[in-house]
Design a protein around this ligand. Structure first.
Ligand SMILES: Nc1ncnc2c1ncn2[C@@H]1O[C@H](COP(=O)(O)OP(=O)(O)OP(=O)(O)O)[C@@H](O)[C@H]1O
Ligand SMILES: [Mg+2]
Length: 258
């Protein structure tokens, strides 16, 4: 493996909220094509880590490299442009917009004609708009909800809304797609479908960072896993290594497990 294989390299990330050290010196390296798991008990700092790497929270320290280039996660749109897309633990869709429109919004960060084109409906803008709609329909099919393209997002089932978020994230053609508990609230059948979808995304040469409580899903999908507990990285390795690590067992048993 060479450094060219590394998609995301983050070192020394710390984040404090008042008296609470939410992250202490956390670092991960994710290679191209991996599904990388981020696990840990409730409140361990997983979402905070996502919020830091995607520019929602300013870290107290940390260095960040995406596809070999340093990046500063100072603004959400900069991070999206740099090539990280994400979904949210609490679904964040435009509820009154259609599924198709929600995906098109994701794609717009990659357009050329920009705001003026959109206002004056220039020919370049109209052609681009048609191409974006076409691509958005393909992505809805890809995640398995093509038939709901013209339904308002709020009318979709919970599991389908989660899939819509994934389609929207994919619309930016990200280097890395970060999924914050995509299986939360899904029933067993939906989880099987989600697992197939994540597998397919990986096979299509994408790299995935996954926060997930469902141990079966994590163990079945991830190439490597980092375990956080009270903001500290207590283990890193393959799922098998991590699963048998005494510190990990202790962290989970100590909080009642998941
Ligand atoms: N904006 C904030 N202000 C203050 N404290 C925060 C903020 N965001 C997170 N925290 C705290 O930081 C800690 C880590 O929270 P975080 O949401 O990252 O945990 P998590 O690992 O994602 O947990 P869960 O599995 O429940 O989603 C928690 O104690 C939380 O209350
Ligand atoms: Mg969380």
């Amino acid at each position: 493996m060479t450094t060219a294989d590394i998609v995301l390299k983050v070192t020394g990330v710390s984040k404090r909220f008042g008296g609470l050290q939410a992250l202490s010196d956390v670092g991960i390296t994710i290679r191209r094509g991996q599904v990388y798991g981020l696990i840990g008990p409730n409140g361990a700092g997983k979402t905070t880590f996502f919020n830091v790497i995607t520019g929602l929270y300013t870290p107290d320290s940390g260095t960040f490299e995406l596809a070999g280039k340093p990046y500063q996660p100072t603004a959400v749109h900069e991070v999206a442009r740099a090539g990280i897309a994400r979904t949210f633990q609490n679904i964040r869709l435009f509820a009154e917009m259609t599924a198709l429109e929600n995906v098109m919004v994701g794609r717009h960060i990659r357009t050329q004609s920009g705001l003026l084109g959109a206002i004056f409906h220039t020919p370049g803008f109209l052609a681009e708009e048609a191409a974006i709609a076409q691509r958005a329909r393909e992505l809805l099919d890809y995640v398995g909800i093509g038939k709901y393209a013209d339904f308002k997002a709020r009318t979709l089932s919970y599991g389908d809304q989660r899939r819509l978020e994934i389609a929207r994230a994919l619309a930016t053609d990200p280097q890395l797609i970060a999924l914050d508990e995509p299986a939360a609230g899904m029933n067993a059948t939906e989880k099987v479908m989600l697992r197939e979808l994540i597998d397919r995304i990986r096979k299509d040469n994408r790299t995935i960072l996954l926060i997930e409580h469902d141990v079966k899903l994590v163990m079945g999908l991830c190439d490597r896993v980092t375990v956080l507990d009270y903001g500290k990285q207590i283990a890193e390795g393959t799922p098998a290594e991590v699963q048998s690590n005494p510190a990990v067992i202790e962290a989970y048993l100590g909080t009642g497990g998941h």
